[in-house]
Design a protein around this ligand. Structure first.
Ligand code: PHE
Length: 446
């Protein structure tokens, strides 16, 4: 393993990791969850979760990854041989598997909209028609399944070809362009009539929405959006060079990732309110709202085409990063080639993914604790498994890992540095676990 690849530049490191973090979590999931859970309060809880829990947990994953220089499961095995801690790696693989099964559904929706935009079938309709368009498509049987199969196929090809080469080069260009495009769209939304109401909804907290469920949802969203809690960033940071600052990188990624989510909200909510739509529309929100934006814009064809290409690629880079965790583990644990591991996992994703897709249509009557199959998988992964994985990783670094390792990884060598280290370890040992546990437990008993 001594000849492991490295990311070539610091900018490449940042953008590849941002490529994993920025995805449907920011652009699709954040606005729809914010819409259902009271806008401003949700945003506030999410921001607190990113800063207090997300950043420390991300640095913890980075420490584990760069110190061990191996994949999710290997990393914990290497740093704590023959201990229960390696369970974190297996938990990560399992969580990644669950997320993959429904992430491909939404990535498929994006692909469909990309296709519609490219073939100029997206512009010129009204609010109702766009809602019908989404409903007709997502509740169908074959078209959404076809799209998710294509997504799994693309990803399979990229992942079997190798780790990060393509991802790094592509993300370096794509991510900044996506960011600029979102800025343009956000500015456009802010100038809409009635934009104020939408912005108030997103930014002004209403204390009646301050509930334990909301807090749990916001913590889950923070983990999901930052790609935390399933050892995904362990794998990424195992490719970081020694001179990359872990705290600096984690802070930058979190700020970029949160900005993208907020921008997405700024794009969506003014439109929701100025077109008289409801913010609580569920998983279809973004898909129903955005076509209205493009229809209004000059050169809408171009903007919409660019947007869906970038959204699709952003989703794909995240999907790849999740798949990589699963495939790397399966190929190493069962000593099979990457290609074989990709084929086996892809078949499973395709099967379970199809069930998730059908849960919007023919299988919508199948409910687990009141949620359809898709929502149940999302709830299990995002609100339970990711926070659990994140907390366990924090506990591992805080309690089990040698302090010298943390010191080296964070390049601590000054007085101020040692004081910071103390605070950081205190966060990992107590604050992160206590915050998540409090929300978990209160949620269970209330
Ligand atoms: N962060 C990604 C997104 O926002 C999803 C993801 C979750 C990726 C977990 C990797 C690990 O879309």
């Amino acid at each position: 393993m001594s000849k492991r690849a490295h990311f070539a530049s610091k900018f490449g490191v940042l953008m590849a990791t941002v490529g994993s973090a920025v995805g449907l979590g920011n652009i699709w999931r954040f606005p729809y969850q914010a819409g259902e859970n009271g806008g401003g309060t949700y945003l506030l809880l999410y921001a607190i979760a990113v800063l207090l829990i997300g950043i420390p947990a991300m640095v913890a994953e980075f420490i584990v990854g760069r110190e061990s220089r191996s994949n999710a499961v290997g990393a914990f095995n290497k740093l704590a041989p023959k201990s229960v801690w390696s369970g974190i790696g297996y938990l990560g693989v399992f969580t990644g598997f669950i997320i993959d099964c429904y992430y491909c559904v939404v990535t498929g929706w994006t692909l469909y909209y990309l296709f519609q935009a490219a073939s100029d079938n997206l512009l010129g309709f009204g609010v109702e028609q766009y809602a019908d368009m989404f409903n007709a498509y997502s509740t169908g049987v074959f078209p959404p399944i076809f799209a998710l199969l294509l997504v799994i196929l693309f990803t399979g090809v990229i992942v079997s070809l190798g780790v990060q080469k393509g991802i790094e080069t592509a993300s370096k260009i794509m991510m900044p362009v996506l960011f600029l495009l979102l800025l343009v769209l956000a500015a456009n939304s802010c100038f809409m009539e009635g934009a104020r109401e939408g912005l108030d909804f997103l930014f002004v907290p209403d204390w009646k929405d301050l509930t334990i469920n909301n807090a749990l949802g916001a913590i889950g969203q923070a983990f999901f959006s930052l790609s935390l809690g399933m050892a995904c960033l362990v794998t990424y940071s195992s490719y970081f060079k020694d001179d990359v600052s872990l705290l600096g990188t984690a802070t930058k990624i979190s700020v970029i990732d949160m900005s993208v989510a907020i921008l997405s909200g700024v794009i969506i909510f003014p439109v929701v309110f100025s077109f008289g739509m409801q913010p609580e529309q569920g998983a279809g929100l973004v898909f129903k709202v955005l076509p209205n934006v493009f229809t209004q814009m000059t050169a809408g064809y171009l903007w919409s085409f660019m947007f869906y290409v970038l959204l699709f690629l952003a989703a794909l880079t995240s999907f790849i990063s999740i798949t990589e965790v699963v495939v790397a583990y399966i190929s190493e644990a069962f000593r099979m080639s990457r290609v074989k591991a990709v084929i086996i996992t892809s078949l499973l994703f395709a099967t379970i993914g199809s069930l998730c897709s059908l849960s919007f249509g023919p299988l919508s009557g199948v409910k687990i604790a009141g949620r359809n199959i898709f929502d149940s998988m999302d709830f299990l992964a995002t609100n339970i498994l990711l926070p659990l994985g994140g907390v366990l990783t924090s506990l591992f670094v805080g309690w089990r890992l040698d302090r010298k390792i943390i010191e080296n990884q964070l390049a601590i060598n000054s007085k101020g540095g040692y004081a910071f280290l103390k605070v950081y370890i205190f966060f990992l040992k107590y604050i992160v676990p206590a915050a998540v546990a409090t929300v978990f437990v209160t949620g269970l008993i209330s």
